[in-house]
Structure formats: structure tokens, C-alpha cells
Design a protein. Sequence first.
Length: 274
Amino acid sequence: MLAAVQLPGTSSVSAQNIPTDEPGFTAYVAERLRKAVGDAPVRVQAPLTLSMGTLQANLDRIYAYCRTNPGGCSREIETYVRGAAESTRTQSEAPTREALRVVVRSTQYQQGATGQLSPAALVPARTLVDGLVLMPVLDSSRTVRMLTARDSAALKLTTNQVYEVAVANLRKATKVLTDVAKPVEQGQIGRLTGDFYYPSRLVLVDSWTPLARAQRGILIVAAPAADTVLYIAEDSPVAIDALRTLARNVMARAPNKLTSLLLRWTPAGWQIVP
């Protein structure tokens, strides 16, 4: 008999169970998606891989999260299902320049996203630092999805123009960094969390200048999750180790993992901290 996780709010008698083996987990999420997406056909392609109409859904990340965080599994599945359902509904929406943004993702994520479609389907990513890339997205009122080559053609934008518009929109849509990130002292770790575009701010290198100056020119950051940035104001081995440890702990618990890299701010751009 499969080990399973009981969904919150259900009794031990009539509980719905979430299977912990890959085929059972895949079938469970597929059924949840069928109820959410309506007309779009949902099919199991392989363990942890589904298709929804013309889209492919990879369940690797959420499955790994459920294995290590069973108490939050049902909540994360429902969040995933809602997002996937919105993605299927917005695929047919016409893209707009105003919706362009840029996100920071790991090279592993970028390779996985590219693998879901034909290699030329997505607008090419650009390197931020070794291991991290920038990817353009469309941010609608309901969901965020990766920008495709078809989208950029519809917008009549070259790849360079896509990034110019996306970065300009990001800068316009986000608050001034000093309004959300306050200088920290030695022994402290600052935290920005809860906003999908916090890591995207790394592309706005100049916007970090006031914070770095307020910290005597020292600013080292980590982006362990897609909605989190951590930072310190000292570069001692003890401080760097503390930041690295916290980043790894946050990353281990996050369903939306990003990177364990530490980055040092310089006026010319970010440098990886070895």
C-alpha cells in the first residue's frame, strides 16, 4: 500500500491521499489539473511529466518539495494547479509591450523550460553571471509566462528590443530599492521576501548603489528562492558563511528554488563570491 499524505481539513475516514510514488503523484496532480483547466486535455506523458493541450507540465520541483515538506504539499499542489490553469487560459491572449518583464532563473531552470518546447520556441536567455540567466516573461493580470519567439514576432520586437523594454518596464513597476531594503549592520542579514520580482532587481545593478554606499561599499546578496533576496554588509569569512548557510536553508524549504550562489555588488555588475 502506498504511503500518503492526508490533505488538511479531511477526516481520517474520508481523507483524500496524495501518493508519494512518482506514477501515483503524477496521476493525482493530473486529475486535479483536469478539474481546473476545463476543455484543455491533460495527459500523463511519463512519471512527473504531463501535457496540457500544447503545454508541457513538469512536476519534478513540486514532487521534490512534497517529499521534504509533506505538511505543505497539498497547498503547493493547489498553487501549482491554479497557476497551470491560468497559463492554459492566457496562452491565446495577445501579448503587449506593457506586459514585458524579465526574471532571473538558474541555467538548470532555463534548460528545462527550453526542453518543454522546441529549442527555438523561447526568446533566448541572457547570462547574468555563470549559473544565472535573465529570461523575458509576459506578466498579465492573472499569471506570468515565458515569452516565446511567436510573442516577440507579434510585438515586432528584436531580441535586443525585448530586453530593453522588459528591463525598462521592470524598473518602472518596482519601488525604489531603498524603500524596501534598509541598510544592515555587521552581524545582521537583510531580507527581501514575498515579491516575485525581488531577484529580478539584480539586473538593475545601478539601483543597488545607494544601499551599497550606505553599507560602506560592501553588499553581498543571495537569491535562494524566486521571491527572496538576502544581503549583508560585511565580507568577513564568518559573515559570508552565515549568509551562505541561511541561503541554503531557505532554498531547501522553498518550492520555487533559485540559487545558492552569493554575489558581490560592484558598480560594473555582480561577481560570484567563491
